[in-house]
Design a protein around this ligand. Structure first.
Ligand SMILES: O=P(O)(O)OC[C@H]1O[C@](O)(COP(=O)(O)O)[C@@H](O)[C@@H]1O
Ligand SMILES: [Mg+2]
Ligand SMILES: [Mg+2]
Length: 329
């Protein structure tokens, strides 16, 4: 890299400055979405602290309750949910939240214009064993008039209506990756500054790849087409990589080129992952990076959400790989 590129580079820009700059490119922007993104980043920093010290403070492990989907909640699932709701409430830009950890819509400020769908902590089976976990979020503009009670139409919008989406990955470093529909940018958390700093501008997903990510332990409960695609991946000598944290598996494949699959199984007849607060956000990011996300037939962002906790199959990642997988179905 020569000096000229260094001077012109945006690398090193803080998230705050980046958000301000983007806002200034839209003269009619009110600043509400910018503030909301800052609130999410703040919540991410707080969760990051909690995760880092979870082993020391006895906040790893099961909480002793199950969520609406019958899954055992971890202490950190519950803590992350509380922290995010609090940050969004204090920020004042959100009228309602759909969360994996809450059975029903959480109504906050009736006078605010945005709805957030979130998985406060994704990959919670990895919490206790110091493996990467994440937070996933989608942001929508409400459809009901500001000031009125929030309706189900506000929170059950198709993914194509997202105005922004992203994730925070608590890995070997902590990163926030998001899109507002104008490309994808990644920010690494600089602990000593207490700031997210632009480290991965204009992220693009390779068109093709050689990594496949699927829980092969469930192989015998996959349908024939999925089994045949997995065999194809092996014949091609592709690398099998599966962390069991959707955010981390997706993140790796977006950078390196790969496909992540969570198909239906005999236990999870519609797949395991949740459309509203897991799949839509990652689908938006994948597409903005040049990748693809489908349920095996249809584009994820075209699916009609009928329930808050609706599940779907997910085939996501490099365009050519997803298309190849679909050709087996
Ligand atoms: O253990 P499995 O069945 O492969 O499931 C792993 C998947 O389940 C999830 O953990 C579900 O997310 P939560 O931890 O938020 O419930 C995904 O992150 C992950 O990809
Ligand atoms: Mg999850
Ligand atoms: Mg979760």
């Amino acid at each position: 890299m020569n000096n000229k590129t260094l001077v012109g580079s945006t690398i090193g820009t803080t998230l705050d400055r980046f958000i301000n700059k983007k806002q200034s490119e839209f003269p009619f922007a009110t600043g509400e979405l910018s503030q909301l993104l800052r609130d999410i980043a703040l919540a991410g920093k707080i969760i990051n602290v909690e995760i880092n010290k979870s082993g020391l403070l006895d906040i790893a492990g099961a909480y002793g309750t199950t969520n609406v989907q019958g899954e055992e909640q971890q202490k950190l699932d519950v803590i992350a949910n509380i922290r995010f709701i609090r940050a969004l409430k204090n920020g004042g830009q959100v009228c309602a939240i759909v969360s994996e950890e809450d059975d029903e819509i959480v109504e906050i400020n009736q006078d605010s214009n945005y709805v957030v769908a979130m998985d406060p902590l994704d990959g919670s089976s990895n919490i206790d064993v110091n493996v990467s976990i994440g937070t996933i979020f989608s942001i929508y503009r409400r459809v009901s008039p500001n000031g009125s009670p929030v309706s189900r139409e506000d929170v059950l919008q198709k993914g194509q209506k997202q105005v922004a989406a992203g994730y925070i990955l608590y890995g070997s470093s902590t990163m926030m990756v998001y899109t507002t529909g104008h490309g994808v940018n990644g920010f690494t958390y600089e602990q000593s500054l207490g700031e997210f700093v632009l480290s991965h501008p204009d992220i693009t997903c390779p068109n093709d790849g050689s990594i496949y990510s699927v829980n092969e332990g469930s192989y015998f409960s996959f349908e024939k087409g999925v089994q045949q695609y997995i065999e194809y991946c092996k014949e091609q000598r592709y690398s099998a990589r599966y962390i069991g944290s959707l955010v981390s598996d997706f993140h790796r494949n977006m950078f390196k080129g790969g496909i992540y699959i969570y198909p239906r199984t005999d236990k999870a007849l519609n797949g395991k992952l949740r459309l509203v607060y897991e799949c839509n956000a990652l689908a938006f990011i994948a597409e903005q990076a040049g990748g693809v996300a489908t349920d095996g037939e249809q584009r994820i962002m075209d699916l009609d959400p009928l329930e808050l906790h609706q599940r779907t199959q997910l085939f996501i990642g490099s365009k050519k790989m997803v298309e190849k997988a679909e050709s087996f179905l």
